[in-house]
Ligand binder design. Structure first.
Ligand code: PRP
Ligand code: URA
Length: 209
């Protein structure tokens, strides 16, 4: 067990994940449930973020409230990570969104970078990398490499399903990056797909399968 691995066993999360796994779930429903599950996982992934006290006036009197101390960046990995952005923004409407474009070469399974418009210096203190699938871990590891070269200090990975191979690879390369998932599945098949998984997360969201 990886110490930084968090699996959300909440019944609502497991119910939603089952809808995603079902091969008969249509793209419209699939996108809706990815959004909802992403929002739940963001709640878990942000449970230890620092807050600062703020004075606040209620209709009845004075109180001390709290607000997030840090600027948060959402880093969806294109394409499939896009579907998690809306749910994450529902929980963190003030977050910045910085896209990283990577695709997995079908033959080598290695990530190929095709989009990165990060500004010269980091603008956020916490980066939440969003990608539904942690398969070989190549895409997630490459994204964290990019963010660390950028100067990001605190990075978390938020996904839906992971394979043991991907969790191992990401946590060995970046032991400081906690991983939040709704499930840790059995293994990868010979094409690098997670078993039992949910199939191709990009194709299922965007109807391209
Ligand atoms: C999928 C998924 C991850 C990656 C995971 O993207 O969304 O980014 O594969 O695999 P890995 O852990 O072995 O790197 P894909 O390359 O299919 O691109 P897409 O999101 O554009 O469909
Ligand atoms: N990418 C996906 O979309 N699904 C998998 O099972 C593995 C990689």
């Amino acid at each position: 067990m990886v110490p930084q691995l968090h699996i959300c066993n909440h019944p609502l999360a497991q119910h939603k994940l089952t809808i995603l796994r079902n091969q008969n779930t249509e793209p419209k429903k699939f996108r809706e449930v990815v959004r909802e599950l992403a929002a739940m996982l963001i709640v878990e992934a942000t449970a230890d973020l620092p807050t600062i006290d703020v004075p606040i006036t209620t209709p009845i009197g004075e109180a001390v409230g709290k607000k997030l101390a840090d600027n948060i960046g959402l880093i969806p990995i294109l394409r499939a990570g896009l579907g998690m952005v809306e749910g994450a923004l529902e929980m963190l409407p003030q977050a910045e969104v910085w896209h990283i474009g990577l695709y997995r070469d079908e033959r080598t399974l290695r990530p190929v970078e095709y989009y990165n418009k990060l500004p010269v210096h980091p603008t956020v203190q916490v980066c939440l990398v969003l990608d539904p699938m942690l398969a070989t871990g190549g895409s997630a590891t490459a994204t964290v490499d990019i963010l660390k070269r950028w100067g990001a200090q605190r990075i978390k990975f938020v996904g839906l399903i992971g394979a043991p191979e991907g969790v191992r690879r990401l946590s060995e390369a970046h032991p400081d990056v906690p991983i939040y998932l709704a499930a840790l599945d059995e293994r990868l098949n010979d094409k690098g797909y997670i078993v039992p998984g949910l199939g191709d997360a990009g194709d299922r969201q965007f109807g391209t399968g």
